[in-house]
Design a protein around this ligand. Structure first.
Ligand SMILES: N[C@@H](CCC(=O)N[C@@H](CS)C(=O)NCC(=O)O)C(=O)O
Length: 213
């Protein structure tokens, strides 16, 4: 079992404007796992990041032992294990139909989020290298994924009437779109998702990790 009171806490690398970093940070807050945060950009702080993470891919979580974890899904899996050891209900159920449902909602949320991030990367290219048709395809895929989530959101939460990783991942993605690509978020098309995002963004776990840190 990892001793969460150890002198060296977990360290999370990456800005909170990354929805992948933010979903990890929110999860650590909900599990009350202390961590330090290294706010380095994969683009603007490459010299500082190189010795820590020459992959220039975030999030990266450094464990108290010094071991480094990459890929937010695997990091969340590790955090769920810590939660389980402490008798905290994991945000992704360990087994059964609810696990599958949460994973499938997350799959939709990840498509929406990855396509939104790709739209932003396309916008970063020099104007003459931007491909409007490609951006249009990305936008269509992002909207399709948000529409499928909207259709599936019947009550207060996406799965099982309780907060799960599906909600956190979805709201982290929406947060990115609303902050970085506000013109790509027609809230009136997704009223249920907008309500979920407003509610979760107002919670302590999200407010502690502001996207505009
Ligand atoms: N599948 C990865 C995606 C992470 C990701 O795309 N992070 C972005 C920031 S939002 C990044 O590191 N971009 C730099 C790059 O891909 O070169 C995860 O979930 O951890």
């Amino acid at each position: 079992m990892t001793d969460l009171t150890e002198a060296t806490p977990h360290q999370l690398l990456g800005l909170y404007d990354s929805p992948f970093v933010r979903r990890v940070a929110v999860t650590m807050n909900l599990y009350a796992i202390p961590f330090t945060h290294l706010s380095l950009s994969v683009f603007r702080h490459m010299d500082a990041m190189r010795p820590l993470n020459p992959l220039f891919k975030v999030p990266m979580l450094t464990l108290p032992s010094g071991e480094k974890l990459f890929e937010s899904a695997y990091i969340l899996d590790y955090l769920d294990e810590l939660a389980g050891e402490r008798d905290i209900l994991p945000l992704t159920p360990r087994s059964g139909p609810e696990r599958r449902q949460v994973q499938q909602m997350m799959a939709l949320a990840i498509v929406a989020t990855e396509k939104a991030v790709a739209i932003e990367y396309e916008r970063k290219r020099p104007g003459e290298l931007q491909w409007a048709d490609w951006t249009g395809r990305l936008r269509g895929q992002m909207r399709q994924a948000f529409t499928m989530l909207e259709e599936r959101l019947a009550g207060d939460f996406l799965v099982g009437g309780r907060l799960t990783q599906a909600d956190i991942t979805t709201v982290a993605g929406i947060g990115f779109v609303r902050y970085v690509l506000p013109h790509e978020w027609p809230a009136s098309d997704y009223p249920a998702l907008a309500r979920l995002a407003d509610r979760l963004e107002a919670s302590a776990a999200f407010k502690a990790v502001p996207i505009d840190e």
